[in-house]
Design a protein around this ligand. Structure first.
Ligand code: GLU
Length: 727
């Protein structure tokens, strides 16, 4: 504007006579009811500040075809104009712009024009509207800072979709490729089918990109189907949205955010509004306006402090270096909650001190007496449910229940507890591109808070907010202690297998019989029973069955025997048996010693490295929990290896809950180790002496209370109160 005004001043100066007015052409559309006042206001102000007067050639180009517009432009050019302001929209602009380019006539545009990006050498064209790219960035930064992980984009036409392209670009660049829904507004004014579809889809964030005059109607329709409850959020993507009176919307607990360029708090803006009101009054009067009367209210304005801030253009006529205010609508009016500046386009500066004005939605809930819904996952000792026979109700107890109870007393809210239906902590499923468990309950706003042994993780922190940690812990290994077994009655047979025992028994029988037969056949074993009788009638043989069996038994027991064979053949056979007995006895003794030592030691692990190195002892963790995520996402090679082993082991080593994990450790005879959080291990160890913790912590983290990202004030308050409670 400044440059344009300078151009006009220059033209006026060239004329050199303040009495001769500067001619300018103004193309407007009578859709804009205040255009008339704005033009008159400009005339008066120009005269006031430059001492030159302007002579405006005003044409309403509404619904005109390009040929007519071209003729009109040519007509007013012939009248000797120094520049053109307008037209107010794209379709008629094309022809005006091409004429102005050809004749090198300055043109001042006032609408969103992304084509300015290609405007090389069009130095005579200036666009007052903020640069399309930069403005797009401002909206994208707003969505980014609001940490919306999914939303519905409702757009009006191709141009509005183009306006939202920076937002869509940001989503494409985001690491987790979150789900969004893009819908075009229906051509007629009834949007109820579309809004119902959004309601059913459970999307709670809506970005509305349309003309500002359509916004109220769409919001009213959303209101009739109850789309303004708590936690729903709307971003109205129009710089004029703040001028719409939405205070009439009933049951509005939703958060409505928009950006604006003109701050109604500025004195200069107030002055202009007052001037306009005054002029409007004057125009409505049938009497002629007295220029002096108009001059008097208008002298208070300051040109440098322009309505939309300082105006600067780059070499292509695009408006640069502009500032926007972030407005949040709640409690019946818009509040200025932050600032965006094109100097730092990727950040929003929140207002430094939250005043009484910055009342967040939870405080409103508390004031309205809404019951806070607290979701939990059952698990000892944090949340345990019991059935009360007297009341017929399920009651909850445990550490987390007590904690939330204390917080509710301090913050004075009533709450109701419920268990998460899918019994999961909360894990991001890339297939459905959504969360499950407690985190999903918070995201879908079914719960205001989620509490249990819920670990604060970086990944979850992007979807929900966490309170300060109320417990610090780390991953460790739960294992069962080595226990001494009472030996069985036949434990002495353990060193040799059953087959060996059977073979030995058979060998014993056969050898005894062989010795018996051989001793009977060999003459050396036949002796004179009466040594004094040189010619005995009968000879005697001591190798009866009984003695043969006794000899073999005595030798295998390493005890020897008081009767021994004398014949060569029997001695040879006996020696062979002795040799066999020697080997067997030595093996048995050796085996027995090894067996006993082995039993005492058992398989053992002392750290996670030991676990990773071996394959005999299986190990696992809670499925879809923070521990599983830790191993899955770790960069440490040992943890990666452990994750691969866990994921590929059959039968599956993952458990549905800590309770199942503990049960598995106890029943697996030291063949299963459970990777579990240390606080839980401590709790289990205190209750069962068979269990032990192996090694130290693999990481350090904490449990926290999860809440929707919007609950900023409660978050801060919760933390403060929590510190009090812990004291
Ligand atoms: N506390 C974990 C979580 O919040 C669950 C248990 C585990 O993963 O060890 O996911």
């Amino acid at each position: 504007m400044k440059q344009f005004v300078m151009l006009l001043c220059f033209a006026a100066a060239c004329i050199g006579n303040t009495d001769i007015p500067v001619d300018i052409g103004i193309l407007y559309s009578d859709e804009d009811p205040i255009a008339d006042i704005a033009i008159r206001h400009m005339e008066v102000r120009f005269k006031l500040f430059t001492n030159y007067s302007i002579n405006t050639h005003v044409v309403n180009v509404k619904d005109m075809g390009s040929c007519t517009v071209e003729n009109i432009v040519c007509d007013i050019i012939e009248k000797g104009i120094y520049g053109i302001i307008g037209p107010p929209s794209e379709p008629t602009n094309l022809i005006v712009q091409s004429v102005s380019e050809k004749l090198e006539l300055p043109q001042l545009q006032t609408f969103w024009n992304p084509a300015m990006n290609d405007a090389d050498n069009r130095t005579q064209i200036l666009n007052l509207y903020p640069d399309a790219n930069m403005l797009g960035k401002a909206w994208a930064t707003l969505i980014k800072e609001m940490r919306w992980r999914s939303y519905v984009l409702l757009y009006e036409d191709d141009e509005s979709l183009l306006q939202a392209q920076e937002i869509l670009k940001f989503r494409r660049e985001a690491a987790d490729d979150f789900p969004i829904m893009i819908r075009k507004l229906l051509p007629d004014s009834d949007q109820s089918t579309l809004l119902k579809e959004i309601k059913v889809s459970k999307q709670i964030h809506v970005i509305l990109v349309c003309r500002s005059d359509r916004i109220l109607d769409i919001l009213k329709q959303a209101e009739t189907i109850n789309m303004f409850e708590d936690y729903r959020s709307y971003v109205l993507m129009s710089l004029d949205a703040h001028t719409i009176d939405i205070s009439g919307l009933k049951n509005n607990s939703a958060n409505i955010t928009t950006l604006r360029m003109i701050s109604t708090n500025k004195n200069s803006v107030r002055n202009v509004i007052r001037d306009w009101e005054f002029m409007e009054e004057q125009f409505q009067r049938p009497t002629k306006i007295d220029p002096e009367t108009i001059k008097r209210p208008l002298t208070s304005g300051i040109l440098s402090d322009l309505l939309t801030g300082t105006i600067e253009f780059d070499g292509f006529g695009r408006r640069k270096n502009f500032k926007l205010q972030i407005l949040d609508f709640y409690n019946g009016r818009y509040r200025h909650t932050g600032d965006w500046s094109s100097e730092d386009p990727d950040h929003i500066k929140p207002l430094a001190t939250p005043s009484n004005d910055t009342v967040y939605i939870t405080d409103m809930n508390l004031q309205k007496g809404i019951i806070v819904r607290v979701a939990a996952k059952e698990g000892e000792p944090y949340v345990m449910s019991t059935y009360n026979n007297d009341t017929g109700q399920i009651e909850f107890e445990g550490y987390a229940v007590d904690l939330i109870d204390e917080i509710s007393k301090l913050l004075k809210f009533s709450y109701e507890f419920y268990l998460v239906p899918d019994k999961k902590y909360g894990n991001y499923d890339p297939k459905i591109k959504n969360w499950n468990g407690l985190i999903r309950e918070i995201i879908d706003r079914r719960a205001h808070l989620a509490i249990c042994d819920l670990t604060i993780t970086h990944e979850r922190g992007r979807a929900v907010d966490f309170s300060m940690p109320f417990m610090t812990l780390g991953i460790s290994i739960l294992y069962s202690k080595a226990t001494r077994k009472m030996p069985g009655l036949f434990a002495f047979t353990d060193p040799l297998s059953q087959d060996i025992w059977l073979c030995m028994a058979t060998a014993y029988l056969i050898m005894s019989i062989i010795i018996y037969i051989t001793a009977r056949l060999t003459p050396s074993e036949w002796e004179n029973p009466h040594p004094c009788d040189n010619n005995p009638q009968e000879l005697e043989n001591i190798w009866t069955f009984k003695n043969s069996f006794w000899l073999t038994l005595g030798s295998i027991m390493a005890q020897g025997c008081d009767i021994l064979p004398k014949g060569l053949s029997t001695r040879m056979i006996t020696s062979m048996w002795w040799f066999f007995s020697l080997i067997i006895t030595a093996s048995y003794t050796a085996n027995l010693a090894a067996f006993l030592t082995n039993e005492r030691m058992g398989p053992t692990i002392e750290s996670y490295e030991d676990l990773a190195k071996q394959s005999l002892i299986k190990y696992g963790c809670v499925e879809g929990g923070a521990t599983a995520t830790f191993f899955r996402d770790s960069n440490v090679s040992t943890f990666q290896k452990m994750w691969r082993t866990m994921a590929s082991t059959e039968p599956r080593v993952f458990q549905a809950s800590n309770k199942d994990g503990v049960k598995k450790v106890k029943t697996s005879k030291r063949m299963y180790a459970f990777l579990m959080e240390s606080s839980q291990i401590e709790y289990e160890r205190e209750r069962d002496c068979e269990l032990t913790q192996v090694g130290s912590w693999l990481d350090t983290k904490g449990y926290g209370i999860a809440m929707p990202i919007i609950l900023k004030s409660m978050h801060a308050e919760c933390n403060e109160k929590y510190i009090d409670i812990m004291r």
